[in-house]
Write a protein that binds this ligand. Structure first.
Ligand SMILES: *Cc1c(COP(=O)(O)O)cnc(C)c1O
Length: 432
């Protein structure tokens, strides 16, 4: 009945998440409100960890892609689960450090890291810096040299795989701003250069073909291509690439149209390809890393809003206006991403209506969705939008000078604040 397994209808007929009544959460903390289910986050971390341990005999590491959803409490939960973390900016790295994260388990991504970011990563001995381009390789080698250290690196490779997903979230094809191309020989030249440079240590290769991918085949294909490249490096340069990061991108269920395979099936099928290919090519099995983001945090979150107005435009559509919008969830505006929503205080009722949920920002495109099945919603109702744990809080903005909502964690019937709601003073705190 619900897209996420942690959602139920309780004895009051209200929506509950992780055993907590969402209508009570809305009353206690106000709306809009992000709610994250700690148990589901932990469960998702554990199932990936279990799969990688099983299929690679413990020679692998799951790293949570923190751009999906990052705050101190989330980093603490991830740390406590014993998995690694990916960051893509100094801000995400700073958050992880402040949460006491073990730097050796952090990977630093990004297609244009600044010198400040590289220095900060080197100073804090980040486990892997994933180098995106030649200029960055030279800059990092110089920075590490000045500090008299050797930086452990990986290369971001475009394996030339076209994943079947939205254009804006595809990243593995040759026309991408991320990484070194294989087809053109650019990646091979970069490897040659890295081997010669004195202050970088090339540990491995990395690819990430895109996001919200349901097919397993593109992941298998990417693994094949990457291992082929590792074999070429061994043969032609007599250099062993010890680690292979296969990225994230596992799709989740936003609406009933989405049909993700169980993640253990991805892991199993890809590992079969990895084992077979290594044997064929006569290379050692590399240490395998993966970087799920959305599939860990996405299903664990919901957003609660209060309905303000209902506007029925005869023969056209019905708008239901909420007290948030693109400022806390820009994904419909960005990608036309679909969500499932319900009226939290009428969760046991049928969805008899089809509506457009509109935000409060001054943009016509500020919608959470169109043609959404919903219970009859009127002023004062609480709307829950499901599966908003990924790329919502992390993509939020202060557009229209709207303070960002609070993030509340629920855990086995209890709730606590993870991120406080912004105040009006927060809105002007950097203004002179
Ligand atoms: C965004 C990103 C991920 C996570 O992708 P999901 O689709 O959220 O799993 C992993 N690795 C890299 C390099 C990324 O940019």
């Amino acid at each position: 009945m619900f897209v996420s397994k942690n959602l139920t209808v309780n004895e009051n007929g209200n929506l509950a998440i992780g055993g907590v009544d969402t209508v009570e959460l809305a009353q206690q903390y106000g709306t809009p409100l992000y709610v994250m289910d700690e148990q589901l986050i932990r469960k998702n971390c554990r199932s990936f960890k279990k799969s990688i341990d099983k299929y690679y005999d413990g020679n692998g590491l799951v790293c949570y892609a923190s751009k999906t959803f990052s705050c101190l409490e989330m980093c603490r939960i991830i740390k406590n689960e014993g998995i690694g973390l990916d960051v893509v900016s100094i801000g995400e790295l700073y958050t992880a450090l402040k949460a006491g994260f073990d730097c050796s388990k952090i990977g630093f991504h990004g297609n244009n890291k600044t010198n400040q970011e590289l220095e900060y990563a080197v100073d804090n001995k980040v486990g892997h810096i994933i180098v995106d381009n030649i200029e960055e390789l030279y800059r990092l080698d110089k920075i590490a040299g000045e500090k008299n250290v050797i930086a452990d690196i990986m290369f971001r490779i475009k394996p030339g795989i076209d994943a079947h997903t939205h254009d804006f979230v595809k990243t593995g094809q040759i026309d991408s701003k991320f990484g070194f191309a294989l087809e053109t020989g650019e990646a091979f030249e970069a490897v040659k250069l890295a081997i010669q440079l004195e202050n970088v240590n090339l540990l491995g290769l990395h690819c990430h073909i895109g996001s919200q991918i349901f097919d397993i085949a593109p992941f298998e294909e990417a693994a094949n291509v990457m291992l082929g490249f590792i074999a070429k490096i061994k043969k032609e340069l007599d250099f062993e690439v010890k680690e292979l990061n296969l990225g994230g991108g596992f799709g989740i269920m936003y609406t009933e149209k989405d049909t993700p395979s169980p993640y253990d099936t991805y892991m199993k099928n890809v590992s079969a390809v990895v084992h077979k290919k290594c044997e064929e090519l006569g290379i050692n099995l590399p240490f395998i890393l993966i970087e799920p983001g959305r599939s860990i945090a996405g299903p664990a979150g919901i957003t609660l809003y209060t309905v303000g107005a209902r506007k029925e435009i005869p023969n056209i559509r019905t708008y239901v206006s909420i007290d948030g919008g693109m400022c806390d969830n820009p994904r419909y505006a960005l990608y036309k991403s679909e969500y499932d929503a319900l009226v939290a205080n009428k969760a046991s009722q049928e969805k008899t209506d089809i509506v457009t949920i509109a935000g409060k920002c001054c943009e016509s495109g500020d919608l959470i969705g169109e043609n959404m099945p919903l219970q009859y919603a009127e002023s004062g109702d609480i709307i829950a939008v499901c599966a908003t744990g990924a790329y919502n809080y992390s993509m939020s903005s202060n557009y229209n000078r709207i303070p960002k909502p609070a993030v509340v964690f629920v855990n086995e019937g209890e709730s606590r604040i993870g991120v406080k709601r912004e105040t009006l003073d927060d809105i002007i705190r950097n203004d002179i």
